[in-house]
Design a protein around this ligand. Structure first.
Ligand code: HEM
Length: 503
């Protein structure tokens, strides 16, 4: 029998018409059949024939992104991950379609040590108006360009000139406030708020040449906008395809977050313009001058206007809550361990006998104040503010990790909280023991101390953070006596990307 093209078209049309009629006449049956077909597809694709089918993990998580979005929204993701590793072992499959988490520290170098495993879509929502910044860009060559432009500004020798801003706009100002408003009055102080205000004022000074004035006023609309813009990373982090969505679509999905993000961008633009009007003062040794004057040593290129704005916002976001939450953890831990606090105060008394002078960072380094350094190291280990792993993608050709083959494109991460609590590396991992950092083993331990991550994408602000943490903790502990308002109350930790104690 010979079938012409015309017959075939007629037959197909007939079949389609028949299907359309059936759908119209039996909508519920059609919907049921579609749901069953989709379920069969999901089970086959994500489980039965998935190359990751042998990796254990909660099955519900591999079928729907809402599962993990729900855990993220609950503020308990890092505890959930700890439970998963305890239940399933050092490699767990947690997401659709290909997301795997590891707790095996021996894989740290392979995943984070080079840019072979590029950042996953998870980071895209941290861009502003779709302009990537140093943290959110996924392209290694673009990242290298930004890093080349900025890294000298973050070097130890360069940030020495930023010390006066950290002291004058932050630490000393906060001490003056405490002296005037709280000291000797038995007033309860919310230390999280105070550190939060200090960290913002310091970054305002460094990134825009002017303080946010939060130590004095206690608030600034920027922090409300920042908190109000959270919806965007939640939505785009869960459905990364939306990270490239036009603004009008994001406005329809999450209008409040979208407007808050616009407000932050406009605010940064205004401060940038004000800063440029400062004329000669543009040469202040701070982060904004780094963005304005930074030149790529290889190509001679400078950052564009939009790139400068998005980078300045990245500094504010990356450099504030990370610092204030770390300082809040520190004060909590010291109050919970009065002997450690006392020993720290004794060391500081020796280092700085003159109570009327400000201490310089040089006098507080590891050599002059080893116990202070050990306390900082230990608190960042025990209460890591970025506790969940930052996801990377397995490169071309796949790789073998923790005894499993992972195909190209698998999203992998290692959880710093798990590494910091690995009993094979840190004995008594749940205890606050600063002395572990003063033994001969400390160099080996330091290899697994990763609060700032590691490799080429590790925190570029680490030196600034160390300076701010050291100066703030030393001055405040040296001048004031701290104790918990309610020692019986358990420290509550909330977690949304960063952990935050006491809220
Ligand atoms: C205790 C304080 C801080 C902690 C714990 C911290 C932690 C981190 C972590 C975990 C990352 C991610 C690295 C990765 O993607 O693998 C990061 C990146 C970054 N941080 Fe920090 N940070 C702190 C303070 C700061 C400060 C004060 C600044 C700026 C002034 C800053 C600026 C940045 C930037 C720009 C990046 C992106 C770096 C890149 O991708 O090349 N951070 N930080």
């Amino acid at each position: 029998m010979h079938l012409s093209t015309g017959d075939w078209l007629n037959d197909s049309r007939g079949l389609l018409n028949h299907l359309a009629r059936s759908l119209r006449d039996h909508p519920w049956e059609a919907a049921g059949l579609s749901a069953i077909a989709y379920a069969i597809y999901l089970i086959s694709d994500r489980w039965l024939w998935s190359p990751l089918r042998d990796i254990p993990g909660p099955k519900a998580a591999i079928f729907s992104r809402f599962y993990i979005a729900n855990i993220r929204a609950s503020g308990k993701e890092y505890l959930w991950i700890q439970d998963l590793h305890e239940t399933y072992g050092n490699i767990v499959r947690i997401g659709d379609p290909k997301t795997v988490i590891l707790s095996d520290p021996s894989a740290l170098k392979e995943i984070y040590g080079t840019q072979q495993f590029i950042k996953s879509d998870f980071h895209a929502p941290f861009s502003f108006k779709n302009v990537p910044n140093i943290f959110s860009t996924r392209d290694p060559s673009e990242h290298n360009r930004r890093r080349r432009l900025m890294s000298h500004g973050f070097s130890m020798s360069n940030i020495a000139s930023m010390e006066r801003f950290i002291l004058d706009s932050g630490v000393i100002k906060l001490m003056d406030k405490f002296d005037k408003r709280f000291a000797g009055k038995g007033i309860e102080v919310n230390m999280y708020n105070e550190w939060h205000c200090m960290a913002f004022d310091v970054i305002g000074e460094l990134a825009y040449g002017q303080s946010f004035g939060m130590i004095d006023r206690g608030h600034h609309p920027f922090t409300k906008w920042l908190a109000g813009a959270r919806g965007i990373p939640i939505v785009q982090g869960t459905f990364p395809i939306l990270a490239r969505a036009p603004g009008c679509l994001m406005f329809c999905i999450t209008p409040v977050s979208y407007l808050n993000q616009r407000r932050m961008f406009r605010f940064a633009q205004d401060l940038y313009a004000a800063r440029r009007r400062m004329g000669k003062e543009v040469d202040r040794p701070d982060l904004m001058s780094l963005l304005i004057n930074g030149v790529d040593p290889e190509t001679g290129e400078q950052l564009t206007y939009d790139e400068q704005i998005t980078e300045s916002l990245a500094f504010v976001i990356a450099g504030t809550d990370t610092t204030s939450n770390t300082l809040t953890n520190l004060i909590f831990l010291l109050c919970e361990h009065p002997q450690v606090l006392q020993r720290l105060q004794q060391e500081l008394d020796k280092v700085m006998p003159d109570r009327n002078a400000a201490m310089s960072y040089k006098r507080l380094d590891k050599e002059h104040a080893p116990f202070l350094w050990a306390v900082l190291m230990e608190s960042m280990r025990l209460r890591t503010v970025v506790p969940t792993g930052l996801p990377r993608l397995v490169p071309k050709g796949g790789c073998a990790l923790a005894g499993h083959y992972l195909p190209e494109g698998t999203e992998v991460s290692i959880n710093p909280h798990m590494v910091h609590h690995d009993p094979e590396i840190f004995s008594n991992p749940d205890k606050f023991l600063p002395d572990r950092w003063l033994t001969e083993d400390s160099a080996k331990l330091a290899r697994y101390h990763i609060p700032f991550s590691l490799g080429p994408r590790m925190c570029i602000g680490k030196n600034i953070a160390w300076m701010e943490l050291t100066l703030a903790l030393a001055h405040l502990v040296w001048r004031f006596k701290f104790s918990l308002a309610d020692p019986e109350k358990q420290t509550k930790i909330s977690h949304f990307f960063l952990t935050r104690p006491g809220i």
